[in-house]
Design a protein around this ligand. Sequence first.
Ligand code: CA
Length: 326
Amino acid sequence: MHHLLLLTLLLSCTMIAHPTQGRPTVIAHRGASGYLPEHTLESAAYAHALGADYIEQDVVMSRDDVLIVCHDIHIDTTTDVATRFPDRRRADGRYYAVDFTWAELRTLQVSERFEPKSGIPVYASRFPHNGASFRLCTMEEQLLLIQGLNRSTGRTAGVYPEIKEPAWHAKEGKDPGRALLGLLERFDYRTAQDKVFVQCFDPKELRRLRQELKTELRLVELLDPPTETEDPSKMASRLREIASYAQGVGPHLSWIARYSASGAPAVTTFVADAHAAGLLVHPYTIRSDALPPGMKTLDQLLQFLREADADGLFIDQPDAAVVRRD
Ligand code: CA
């Protein structure tokens, strides 16, 4: 009995020191996108049912200033826009959400992501192109769905919206960042205690949200894979800088895994440096059907992330991470 009590005390001390150690935050990447077309309401509902802690939304703006949940400023890799509105493509041959009203966008059929030229699905084993009906949705519809499920199931899933290409939107005369904060506030996401993270690749936008728009929400800076000149082990000062306006970083996996000639990945100092700066680390993207080099199984990858002490992960199959964690 005495030993058990001591063990419990020791365990709780460990948990205070590392609140997420062994229990990484599971973020459903574009909803349960491994099983249903990304960013649909069906995908978000399924992610909630599978026990995801957070459900991710990428956010772009329509011509009439509605926030649409879509991974790209283009809409031609997940919808039938090219056949429905063939004359609405730009000179570069692409179709952009910002050129369409929400009334037009909502008529499009959504399918599993495909290569626009060939029509071939990006992930061969995912939801088939079988004519099942899916639609784009707005950020407001996602919030209504998730908050409704939070209530009806008694389990609260958070939201994890990403502002897509704010500089590009600004050139188009749009401000999705400001609109997103306003919408979140209407749904009672107002403080650092609320179950939301706002993410963006653009540090200028994150600084603007914090300093100019005065948001109190937790912010996460996303990091593209390191370039030739960026060394994952020499990020300490940049991470301290990020910590002056954000609470976390969302690095590409290659910031955390370093590959040697033998092919076996080793942990870099990135996570330790981020933790020293006071930042959470939520790497992207884990896909059980598209593992990164050097990882033979999903279990190996998740074990690697545990050893790396990542605080969470973006994953297309959220149940896989929830089951292994719990
Ligand atoms: Ca995203």
